[in-house]
Design a protein around this ligand. Structure first.
Ligand SMILES: O=P(O)(O)O[C@@H]1[C@@H](OP(=O)(O)O)[C@H](OP(=O)(O)O)[C@H](O)[C@H](OP(=O)(O)O)[C@H]1OP(=O)(O)O
Ligand SMILES: Nc1ncnc2c1ncn2[C@@H]1O[C@H](COP(=O)(O)OP(=O)(O)O)[C@@H](O)[C@H]1O
Ligand SMILES: [Mg+2]
Ligand SMILES: [Mg+2]
Length: 360
């Protein structure tokens, strides 16, 4: 190996690697003077290095580790140890920041407290865990969550269930349906949005928005007549999804509004800043009538399906993080302080004013 070559060590699942056409990434890296090296997370990392960058999607392993799985714990401990020992390593993304997305309630709370944009919100939500329907009803009322609402599994990822049961969600229409909530869950107000979801795929300071199918509108009369709808979240908003729960009338479709680029730009700035993530996806729907933007889901290192030049943007972002690190090291050397991106949520990014986001 050329001693000057910069090495990106990575770990992502075989399935994800195939979806991404990883060979193309290898070529883009080589063109830009990076070696791409798969890390064996089950073995000592020191002997596999040195690495300049660590790129990963370890959401499932993090979730397993938190649920007590010994092998997953060993992997996370090994990786954390390596990161700690190599403070110069650029980690995409820091494990503690990715961990913030594991619990949906926690990530909604972070958005609710941090987004602070007048035309953007996260629908009212509350965590339900009681086996007593009456207790849950009280919580819903106290937190202003109304029928219909979505019942979402509390843990956002880490689905190793072969039957994909963990992707099951419910739309609950009335008190009778409360017994259908699978606990623990987050109940979140249903936002009517004419069945269009916007997937905002972010790569550092760049982003790209794709339109996807979503759930239909529900009205007051539905709360009187409908039983709980159970659906698999994976069947609703993939490109090419064609669920019966996405069908709306021509009149409703005619009311769809053109999304505003500037609003997405503002969302991207805030989300990357408050979560401290480089690779992140935001699911947004535009509320009928008010035209406010509702953030309904945040995903670490999502699929990026439909994102043009993803690998180029990723490599450019890595270059930028390396350059920022170099200059902040020089600055702190002169100021006598040490500052490193993963210690602070603003890290790796310029100030809002200076930052120039672009929609690809
Ligand atoms: O399977 P893909 O390519 O659609 O990507 C999934 C994402 O779909 P999206 O790109 O947003 O349409 C998906 O996003 P949603 O939660 O479906 O909105 C998740 O990010 C999923 O990762 P995880 O299982 O939650 O850790 C992602 O799964 P992995 O590819 O990371 O396994
Ligand atoms: N608050 C909401 N109002 C209306 N529809 C929603 C809401 N939350 C989720 N949905 C619909 O349910 C789908 C799955 O929900 P989401 O929170 O994105 O879960 P997942 O992490 O499984 O993608 C979304 O793609 C969207 O179609
Ligand atoms: Mg989603
Ligand atoms: Mg999700």
């Amino acid at each position: 190996m050329d001693n000057n070559q910069r090495v990106i060590g990575y770990w992502i699942s075989e399935k994800k690697k195939q979806k991404f056409n990883w060979e193309d990434f290898q070529n883009v890296c080589a063109k830009n003077g990076f070696e791409l090296k798969m890390i064996n997370v089950n073995a000592n990392l020191e002997s596999q290095g040195p690495f300049h960058v660590f790129l990963h999607k370890l959401t499932d392993t993090l979730a397993l580790a938190e649920s007590g799985d010994q092998n997953a714990r060993a992997i996370i401990t090994r990786i954390q140890g390596y990161i700690r020992k190599h403070p110069e390593l650029i980690v995409i993304d820091p494990l503690e920041n990715v961990r913030n997305l594991r619990n949906r309630h926690k990530s909604y709370e972070i958005i609710h407290n941090g987004i602070q944009l007048k035309d953007v919100f996260t629908p009212n939500f509350v965590e339900l865990k009681s086996k007593y329907v009456s207790e849950n009803l009280t919580l819903l009322i106290t937190n202003n969550v109304k029928f219909p609402f979505l019942c979402k599994r509390l843990v956002a990822h880490g689905c190793s269930d072969a039957h994909k049961k963990c992707f099951q969600m419910m739309v609950i229409f009335n008190e009778k349906g409360l017994k259908d909530c699978q606990l623990p869950c987050v109940a979140q107000n249903f936002v009517n949005h004419n069945a269009i979801l916007y997937k905002v795929f972010i790569v550092g300071e760049k982003f790209h928005v794709v339109e996807r199918p979503s759930l239909k509108n529900f009205y007051q009369k539905d709360c009187e007549s409908l039983n709980t709808i159970f659906f698999n979240s994976q069947d609703i908003s993939k490109s090419g999804s064609n669920s019966k729960w996405s069908v709306i009338s021509d009149e409703e479709a005619a009311l769809r509004v053109k999304p505003n680029f500037k609003t997405f730009e503002k969302i991207v700035k805030r989300i990357t800043k408050i979560f401290g993530l480089v690779l992140v996806g935001v699911d947004v729907v535009i509320e009928n009538h008010t035209e406010r933007y509702a953030i309904i889901d945040i995903n670490a290192f999502p699929g990026y399906d439909g994102y043009p030049h993803f690998f180029d943007h990723l490599v450019n972002t890595i270059e930028k993080l390396m350059a920022d690190q170099k200059s902040s090291k020089q600055n702190s050397r002169s100021a006598g302080i040490k500052k490193w991106p993963s210690d602070d949520l603003d890290s790796g990014f310029e100030s809002d004013e200076k930052k120039k986001q672009s929609m690809t």
